[in-house]
Design a protein around this ligand. Structure first.
Ligand code: ATR
Length: 300
């Protein structure tokens, strides 16, 4: 058994399943993919449900997603998760794409149905569920500030905000121009939502953050040791719910100053788990993998 498999390993069942007790029938594809925590939660969920399948990491080079899907279909895979940088290519390689995934602009979950390959997005809905689970609130009732909204994750979460029906979105990005196409797109999805786009040096930054209920960091700031907090303390108040999509480290500088301020905080582990549980339910309708997945990632 390997930690990471490649396209070449998909050439035969013998190669793929050498030394393994169960056949590989699910995977996460990415490039790179060695860091992915998905097998750690999906395998226990498969085992707990008594499903005879192995969940593997599959490193697929950019541009070869279609090939990988064809081989996985031939081998009788049930489906796969898709991570960076393949979420757009995966959408193009699916025969059918769920409307929500189409609006979110990415496919992170694929199911190889008999008639066609179907694509879904559980990142957006998984985020909404993570917020509701962590803070016991209705996501749709919140005014939301997204910091680092110009990146892929930020755009998806902002889009989910509109799909869920939040009344206000404050989008903050270092490069403000990156917010222009996103703001236009969001206006088309839900014109009733108030959308404010700012850069970090905007005089209205503090006031706009303070007008929100939920602050979300979707930037990469906080990943590296020595990173500063993406927002200054003046942008936070104790009533804020503060969510960082980063989960390693578990406490980012933003979450540290938020805790000092008296805010309720949570990190991205819950988002990872909820998107995973929703993906599992696309493959196995009626299953309840969430408690097992939480336990597996020590999030219960
Ligand atoms: P992804 O698409 O995976 O979310 P990304 O495109 O690299 O990743 O986006 C990362 C986000 O982090 C962007 O919003 C980026 O801001 P810019 O659009 O201005 O580049 C933000 N980001 C990265 N480093 C930053 C820094 N030092 N300060 C502020 N924002 C930063």
């Amino acid at each position: 058994m390997k930690e990471v498999y490649t396209l070449e390993d998909l050439s035969s069942r013998d190669l793929l399943d050498a030394g393994a007790a169960k056949p590989a029938r699910l995977a996460v594809i990415g490039y790179p993919v060695a860091h992915s925590a998905s097998p750690q939660m999906h395998q226990p969920a498969l085992d707990a449900a008594g499903i005879d399948a192995r969940y593997i990491r599959l490193e697929i080079e950019p541009g070869r997603v279609g090939e990988a899907f064809a081989l996985m279909r031939e081998l009788g895979f049930i489906g796969c998760n898709v991570t960076v940088p393949h979420k757009l290519d995966a959408m193009a390689a699916c025969g059918g794409v769920h409307p929500e995934a189409r609006v979110l602009g990415a496919v992170n979950t694929v199911r190889f149905d008999r008639d066609m390959t179907r694509g879904f997005n559980t990142d957006g809905p998984g985020f909404a569920r993570a917020i509701e689970d962590e803070f016991q609130v209705e996501f749709a009732s919140l005014r939301v500030a997204i910091v680092g909204a110009g990146g892929g994750a930020g755009g998806a979460i902002a889009t989910q905000g509109c799909l869920s029906g939040v009344s206000k979105l404050v989008l903050v990005n270092r490069t403000r121009e990156k917010l222009v196409p996103l703001t236009e797109r969001l206006g088309g999805i839900r014109p009733e939502s108030e959308i404010v786009a700012l850069s970090f040096d905007d005089v209205a930054l503090e006031e706009q953050c303070l007008s929100c209920d939920l602050i979300v960091n979707t930037s990469s700031v906080g990943l590296k040791p020595g990173d500063p907090s993406i927002l200054p303390a003046g942008c936070l108040k104790k009533e804020h719910l503060v969510y960082d999509t980063i989960y390693k480290p578990a406490v980012t500088p933003l979450l540290a100053i938020a805790t000092e301020t008296g805010c309720r905080t949570a990190n991205g582990l819950s988002m990872l788990i909820h998107q995973g549980a929703l993906a599992f339910q696309h493959w196995f309708p009626g299953s309840e993998p969430l408690p097992v997945m939480k336990r597996a990632l020590h999030a219960d």
